[in-house]
Design a protein around this ligand. Structure first.
Ligand SMILES: [Zn+2]
Length: 251
């Protein structure tokens, strides 16, 4: 019974294990997902809106990471093939975010439950969690793991996954329309589009190179992307995503 919807963890069949300094250690996979997950949407509406927005960031990666994994015929997060139903959940997750994200933020800011808020709770917890389990993660979650490798990071999981989704789109050579659609969503609901919003700096090359290096470590889901993503390519994409975020904020 989650009391915040800041990640899709409640519905997934796995736990993420961290080291004491907050850096990523490993995924722990369970034989099955929870039998039931119960969410009281009034509790969510009463919780700080930041958690709802963070959860949308985590959910933002699901469709794009699934698509990337499908393209390379990667297994699902649970180690089986990626199914049409898994991809349908992931697509529904993204569509729900775009359709209802900003309305849900407003409802939560006023501590009221509306159909939009309920739709986003479903997207953040169920569609994202069961979706991701049945597709897979890719660049967005590896970017987050890279950030945690710095130790003592301040940015939330969802905030990093949202920015990581923009980074992944750049790595994939997404066309302007698609990139701007996702970036606009982030701006609309208050998810980060720049490094500064993650308490990182584009001038701190050493930290960004460390993130890129560790995000590309063996076993990282970034390798579900087509081509062999190198730390140099990831570093370039991080810089580009940040620069485009700054441009968008000035518009
Ligand atoms: Zn996540």
């Amino acid at each position: 019974m989650p009391t915040v919807v800041a990640t899709d963890a409640p519905c997934t069949g796995l736990s993420v294990i961290y080291n004491d300094d907050g850096s990523f250690d490993q995924y722990l996979f369970y034989p099955q997902n929870p039998d039931a997950v119960i969410v009281d949407t009034q509790v969510i509406a009463n919780a700080p809106v930041k958690f709802l927005i963070d959860g949308m960031g985590d959910a933002l990666g699901t469709y794009f990471e699934g698509l990337a994994s499908l393209r390379t015929e990667s297994p699902s997060l649970e180690g089986i093939g990626i199914t049409r139903s898994g991809m349908a959940l992931a697509k529904c997750c993204y569509d729900t975010l775009v359709d209802y994200g900003s309305q849900a933020v407003t409802a939560c800011e006023h501590n009221v439950v509306t159909p939009a808020l309920e739709a986003i709770v479903e997207a953040n917890v169920y569609l994202s969690g069961v979706g991701a389990d049945n597709v897979n993660c890719a660049g967005a979650h590896s970017f987050y793991n890279g950030v945690t490798s710095l130790g003592g990071h301040k940015a939330s999981h969802g905030a990093c996954v949202a920015f990581g989704t923009l980074v992944q789109l750049i790595l994939e050579g997404a066309v302007k329309e698609l990139f701007e659609e996702v970036q606009s969503f982030c701006l609309e609901v208050g998810l980060p589009v720049t490094l500064e919003e993650l308490s990182l700096s584009c001038d701190d090359e050493e930290a960004l190179r460390t993130i890129a290096e560790n995000a590309c470590a063996e076993g990282e889901t970034i390798h579900n992307l087509a081509g062999d993503v190198t730390p140099d390519e990831l570093y370039a994409a991080i810089i580009a995503a940040d620069a485009m975020g700054k441009e968008a904020k000035q518009r």
